[in-house]
Design a protein. Structure first.
Length: 277
């Protein structure tokens, strides 16, 4: 797919996959992490192109986020630039906040959502069960990474980058060569990550919970220390979503369990879009 006519947007875009079916939009996490960490999303774009929006604050888009609630405007701008009235949205981690913001503020814009390993406690108000998960894994590198997450509070770019390296093992169910290589992909910076949370309405949880949200599938990892498990279940209830957990999986299912992820996400993607209606 040639992305003609999109150079006027405030955010950069890239494409995963090809095909002549209607595209879906992908919102990466981080927040404001360079989308190369998504790789090819386990090949789910082979039959339907995925347009990856590079949020404000990423290296390719530049600038800084105006806060994820306001940045939902960029999802609408991209949808219209693609010549679509509504769109299916795939979002990972912090990007799921952006997906919810777009679906809540602009009814009809988001036709359906696939939310992958969403941070959950902020919306479900659930107590995290991540500590118990960390103990059950039995990997000292992952356990130490999780403990550092609980105490680290970076206040500079250098401290932020150091903390990312310390925390990296906690994003995975196992800390092997594949996971170590993936953890090095996708740059983030401290200022962009912090401005992502600026100017969020005080009643944002109530707004989302009261919204008429589109059909949604939530995919979680049963060993995801960054989200927990029970909070994700309750998050799915709040947004009225189906939920599926992938076994022996952390925060990046397309890397850790690509076949299981492709089966779930590919089935969802093939059943959506104007051509499937």
């Amino acid at each position: 797919m040639v992305l003609d006519g999109l150079d006027h947007l405030a955010t950069a875009v890239s494409v995963i996959g090809d095909g002549d079916r209607e595209p879906a939009i992908v919102l990466p996490g981080g927040p404001c992490r360079d989308p190369e960490y998504l790789a090819d999303l386990a090949g789910i774009g082979d039959s339907r192109p995925l347009i990856v929006m590079h949020p404000r604050g990423t290296v390719s888009s530049g600038g800084l986020s105006r806060g994820w609630w306001t940045d939902a405007q960029d999802v609408g701008n991209l949808t219209r630039a693609l010549g679509l009235d509504s769109v299916d949205v795939i979002a990972h981690s912090a990007g799921t906040r952006l997906a919810l913001a777009a679906a809540t503020q602009y009814p009809g814009l988001v036709r359906s959502m696939l939310l992958i390993t969403p941070p959950a406690s902020w919306l479900s108000m659930s107590e995290s069960d991540s500590a118990a998960l960390a103990e059950s894994q039995g990997d000292p590198f992952i356990a130490e990474a999780f403990r550092s997450m609980l105490v680290d509070e970076p206040t500079s770019e250098r401290e932020f980058q150091d903390s990312l390296r310390r925390h990296a093992p906690a994003g995975y169910a196992k800390w092997g060569d594949r996971e170590k290589a993936h953890a090095k992909v996708g740059a983030m910076n401290w200022e962009a990550a912090t401005t992502w949370f600026n100017d969020i309405p005080a009643d944002v949880v109530a707004r989302i919970a009261a919204a008429d949200l589109p059909p949604t599938l939530v995919i979680g990892g049963d060993q995801d220390l960054l989200t927990g498990v029970q909070p994700v279940r309750e998050y799915a209830e709040v947004v009225g979503a189906e939920v599926a957990f992938i076994r022996e999986c952390g925060h990046y299912p397309w890397i850790e369990q690509p076949e299981a992820f492709a089966a779930l996400a590919g089935r969802w993607l093939s059943g959506r879009g104007a051509a499937a209606q």
